[in-house]
Design a protein around this ligand. Sequence first.
Ligand code: FE2
Length: 258
Amino acid sequence: MKAEWYDSVWLNAYHAASRVVARVAPHRHEEFVRAFDVLRTPPDFTPRHERGFLTLEQLEQIRSIARAIPNDRLELHEMASFGRFVVHNLPAFTKLQHELAATASDWAGQALEPCYNFLSLYTRMGACEPHLDSPSAMWTLDICIEQSDPWPIWFSQNVPWPESAGAPDPDWATAIKNDPDLTFTPYVMEPGDAVLFSGSSQWHYREPLQAEGRKRFCNLLFLHYIPLGAGELLKPANWPHLFGIPEINEVPGLADAL
Ligand SMILES: [Fe+2]
C-alpha cells in the first residue's frame, strides 16, 4: 500500500528502494536502513515555540518584502489544495534562513544546514490537511508574519516513519486526526512568533480557516533545515550510486522523488 498524503513521495521511494535492496542485496539491507538514521528525528524532540522571536523592525522588513512580490512570482499550484499562494527561495529569505541556521541547530539539538524555504500566503480558503513532510523539511522553522486571526497548527508527537497510510479509507485525513495512537497539540502563533518542529516525523495540520464574515488570511514563512551534510543522501536519485546498488534505479520516479 502506498502512502497517500501530501509530500509522501519521498517516503514511498524510500520504502520501494528498501524492498529492492532486500531483494538484490539482502546482506546490505540493514546497512541501507541504518544509513537513513541521520534523517530520523530524535524521538525525544518536542516543538519549540518562541514568542516574539522577530523584532518589530524585522517583521516590518519581511512584510514589505512580501508586499513587493510581483504577481507573476506567486506560485498557484497549491491554491486548490491549501488555499494559498507560495513563493520559494526569495534571496532575502534565503539570507535570513542562513542567518538563523545556528539558532535552528541549537533548538533542534543537532548541526543543521538550510534546505529550501517558502513564503506561504494563505487566503480565506486556507486549509492544511494532516501530513508528514519529506525529510527535505525534516526541521521547519515556521515564522508567523501577519494574520487576520490566530490559526492553530496541530502537531502530533514524534512518530517513526510510517510504512503506509491513507488508502483505501477515503476519509483518511479524519482517520489520522482521530488515530488513538496520535496525540495532537495545538500551537497558536502571533506575528513575530516562531515554532521549530519536525515536519517529517510529526503529523501536522490546520483546520480550514473560517472564510465567512471578513477577509481572513495568514502569512507564514517556512524555513526548512536538514542535518549538516545530509543533502546527498536526501535525494533518491543519488541512492543507486551512493550505495553502489544500480538496481535501485528500478524504483519508478526515483529522479523526481524529493
Ligand atoms: Fe508540512
